[in-house]
Design a binder for this molecule. Structure first.
Ligand SMILES: [Fe+2]
Ligand SMILES: [Fe+2]
Length: 246
């Protein structure tokens, strides 16, 4: 069994509001009497992709277990690499595989620099295929990235979702050990399916998407920050529990 916490879309911008909300979520997670196996952060960590925003993220996103991140459309690869990963400047996608409590978690870069839409480029798709092919058949895998690959029925996220998701769907179909797909970006706790697997969208720390039947303004800034707990059990079934942090 693997127990994961999942947060997304912190949009750290140096404001007191963004800092307070992210700190509140991390204080809640660190105070849990039983630690999770890892924390996933599915992008839009910084609001403007600036080094100072990542320096704050590095201070806030600390936990006594691994913190796994991937970039979102508000992130910038060079500053992200330099501050969060301690890596040399490189413009290519930031893809990382982590082995956590018997599960392999692929944190993928679905960003297109300068655009809000997402796409898994050829390099990333090849990396996903190679990584999954190298896994023992009995090792479950989770794939995480920023932009959801399906419509969520709100015009804002649906206007900048993951483009050309077909190749990823083919890859997942070819690799039965992929138990689920996890994303962020939509700022709403949502559940759907993709390639016959669960697709779970982590809620945002910054603001919550107001659905069309809830009102006209997309950004509800009065909602508290949210998070998800994912349990991947020995039958490769993913169960998610959502929380808000007041
Ligand atoms: Fe976002
Ligand atoms: Fe985003």
């Amino acid at each position: 069994m693997t127990l994961l916490a999942h947060i997304s879309d912190l949009h750290l911008d140096g404001s007191e509001r963004a800092t307070r909300r992210a700190t509140r979520v991390m204080d809640y997670l660190r105070a849990l009497p039983h630690p999770v196996d890892a924390l996933l952060v599915t992008g839009d960590i910084a609001d403007h992709g600036e080094e100072a925003e990542y320096e704050e993220a590095a201070q806030i996103l600390t936990a006594p277990y691994p913190v796994l991140t991937c970039p979102g459309n508000h992130d910038a690869r060079l500053a992200y690499r330099k501050v969060l990963l301690g890596e040399a400047p490189e413009h290519g996608p930031i893809n990382q595989a982590h082995h956590i409590a018997g599960t392999t978690i692929l944190m993928c870069d679905s960003t297109i620099p300068g655009r809000d839409e997402g796409r898994l480029d050829a390099q990333t798709l090849a990396w996903i295929d190679t990584t999954l092919t190298a896994l023992p058949q009995d090792t479950p895998a989770l794939i995480a990235f920023h932009q959801p690959p399906v419509e969520l029925h709100h015009p804002l996220p649906d206007s900048c979702m993951l483009e050309e998701p077909g190749q990823l769907a083919d890859l997942i179909t070819a690799h039965p050990q992929v138990a689920a797909v996890l994303t962020g970006h939509a700022h709403t706790a949502a559940a759907s399916t993709f390639a016959a697997r669960p697709l779970v969208v982590g809620p945002a720390v910054t603001w919550t998407l107001r659905m069309p039947w809830e009102g006209d303004q997309a950004a509800d800034r009065d909602q508290p920050p949210g998070l998800a707990f994912h349990i991947l059990d020995d039958d490769r079934r993913l169960t998610t529990h959502y929380r808000v942090v007041l």
